[in-house]
Design a protein. Structure first.
Length: 233
């Protein structure tokens, strides 16, 4: 039996899930901060499970799925455009980028680059999380390569593309600059760092949700006869 996927409610689904996860994160981190996660049985593991800043957690898994969904939607647009004889290269490139970002989110590739770059470049302060340096360089090349593509998008789609990108980059890189400074000075348990990290993750989540909405809107308005199907074997 073939299944046609309805894309319209996908952004709302992820928004609801991320809202629940953020509330759970705030609750458990607040209890851990004011009471101490070592003084309540099971709280340490509960914090690790819902911590937005930890790998192998529920938020990391959900973020991975959301980013991977972006990759799937972008691939769908690319292959649909190829089928109808329109340009698809940039869409396919974005799909590959988001596939990498989903793998990065799940395996924390960028975090594994911190210590090697710290030792090599002797980074401190806003560059304390040294993975920002190579990723910022890659981001610059990406923006140069995709400027014309973004300009040529339909007006509303272009606006949402930019908003989603700004929110995600502000969280992923902008707040990482600030958070790195506070992490170096006061550690990851300081209240300021906890607040900065929570804002950072919320900005990233919001950017991804808006981007998913943008892609579903593009499919609905520009590829009206296209349907995303799951085919039975």
């Amino acid at each position: 039996m073939d299944m046609v996927l309805k894309l319209k409610n996908t952004p709302k689904f992820f928004a609801f899930i991320f809202l629940l996860i953020t509330l759970a994160h705030i609750i458990v981190k607040s209890i851990a901060y004011f009471v101490g996660d070592r003084h309540v049985v099971g709280l340490y593991h509960l914090v690790s499970l819902f911590d937005l800043d930890k790998e192998k957690s529920i938020p990391t898994f959900c973020s991975t799925i959301a980013i991977l969904s972006c990759s799937v939607l972008l691939a769908f647009i690319a292959f649909t455009k190829k089928k109808i004889g329109e340009g698809y290269f940039y869409w396919l490139g974005l799909s590959i980028i988001f596939l990498f970002l989903s793998v990065d989110e799940f395996t924390c590739i960028h975090e594994r680059l911190v210590k090697p770059f710290q030792h090599t470049l002797n980074t401190t302060g806003i560059n304390y999380f040294a993975w920002i340096i190579p990723y910022s360089i890659i981001l610059t090349f990406f923006l140069l390569a995709y400027t014309k593509f973004i300009i040529n998008l339909p007006g509303k789609i272009r606006f949402l593309f930019i908003i989603a990108g700004l929110l995600y980059i502000t969280g992923a890189i902008g707040f990482e600059f600030i958070g790195g400074r506070y992490h170096e000075l006061y550690g990851e348990r300081s209240i300021t760092y906890l607040i900065l990290m929570t804002i950072e993750e919320c900005l990233e989540m919001t950017g991804i949700i808006i981007f998913i909405h943008t892609l579903t809107l593009y499919i609905d308005s520009q590829l009206k006869n296209a349907q995303l199907r799951i085919l039975s074997s």
